[in-house]
Ligand binder design. Structure first.
Ligand code: NAD
Length: 287
């Protein structure tokens, strides 16, 4: 049996068409959604990510501002800009591209972002709401995009065994919480897990977010499982590959995501979606 391979292009096109329609309606009502992205320094990968976010905004009609600041920008200068954007009524979503240069404390920067504009979902209040439940919160874009993919696989998480490999703040932990919220039985594996293949191969839903090329082989995959590969790794030949050995797992998995092409664009789509959500909330308060 060959797995169903998620068709990133079709999924993203459909979702972005819906977002563009929402943006059009909001713009007609004088509430065009706006996203501001701040990038400090010259990390090439960060520049690519920011350009992709800017382009995605333009494609769906979201107003966007990008601030490309020099590496020597001080933390105080950065926070002053965040505070200005927090108060700007044209900006509904605001994020600082990670990682900032080492002299900047990322936690302090995230804490400075207004909770109601934190469309990345990294502010401690939004993270806390993910744990406790809460109104008007934002969920981190990569894990919420993965949940959308799981929904689209047709596999209902309730009662299933979901295994998340990786426990980072931005992917693994929020991912585990969302799966738990969807009534899956959740196991989290990480760098100190000793019997990875034994645990992973019990998963009906396997989400991998590690950052090790082709770590996951067919022996890690239960026949028929939904396999979502969040990893993005650059190989010596310059090509990108995921954490899952796609070719090795293709005839074992039930559904599988190729890398690149699905989770990355899905993450940006969730960012657009959170920005629209923020604009809708601000319009509801105005009316
Ligand atoms: P991270 O480095 O913060 O965390 C990696 C996690 O993997 C850690 O929790 C660690 O315990 C675990 N780990 C390390 N080695 C392991 C091993 N041998 N076995 C099991 N677990 C192990 O990384 P992150 O920020 O969560 O990102 C993970 C990957 O996902 C990276 O490749 C990153 O580029 C990618 N990513 C992609 C997107 C996207 O939009 N496509 C978004 C975020 C991250």
């Amino acid at each position: 049996v060959t797995a169903h391979v998620f068709n990133g292009k079709a999924i993203i096109q459909e979702m972005r068409a819906q977002i563009a329609e929402d943006v059009r309606r909001l713009t007609e009502r004088g509430a065009r959604p706006g996203l501001a992205v701040i990038l400090v320094g010259d990390d090439p990968a960060s520049h690519v990510y920011v350009r992709n976010k800017e382009k995605a905004c333009q494609d769906v009609g979201i107003y966007s501002e990008v601030y490309r600041l020099p590496t020597e920008t001080s933390q105080d200068e950065l926070i002053a800009l965040i505070e200005k954007l927090n108060a700007d009524p044209n900006i509904h979503g605001l994020l600082v591209q990670s990682p900032p240069p080492p002299h900047i404390n990322e936690r302090a920067v995230i804490d400075a972002i207004a909770v109601h504009k934190d469309v990345d979902g990294f502010h401690p209040v939004n993270v806390g709401n993910l744990l406790l439940g809460g109104a008007e919160t934002f969920v981190a874009c990569t894990p919420s995009g993965v949940m959308e993919l799981i929904r689209r696989s047709g596999v209902e998480p309730a009662g299933k065994h979901a295994v998340v490999i990786g426990r980072s703040h931005i992917v693994g932990k929020p991912m585990a919480l969302l799966l738990l919220e969807a009534d899956a039985t959740v196991t989290v594996c990480h760098s100190k897990t000793t019997n990875l293949a034994e645990i992973a191969s019990q998963a009906d839903i396997l989400v991998v977010a590690v950052g090790r090329p082709k770590l996951i082989k067919r022996e890690h995959v239960k026949p028929g499982a939904v396999v979502i590969d969040v990893g993005v790794n650059r190989l010596p030949d310059g090509k990108l590959c995921g954490d899952v050995d796609f070719d090795d797992c293709l005839d074992v998995a039930g559904h599988i995501t190729p890398v690149p092409g699905v989770v990355g664009p899905m993450t940006i789509t969730q960012l657009l979606s959170n920005t629209v959500l923020s604009a809708k909330r601000s319009l509801a308060k105005r009316d």
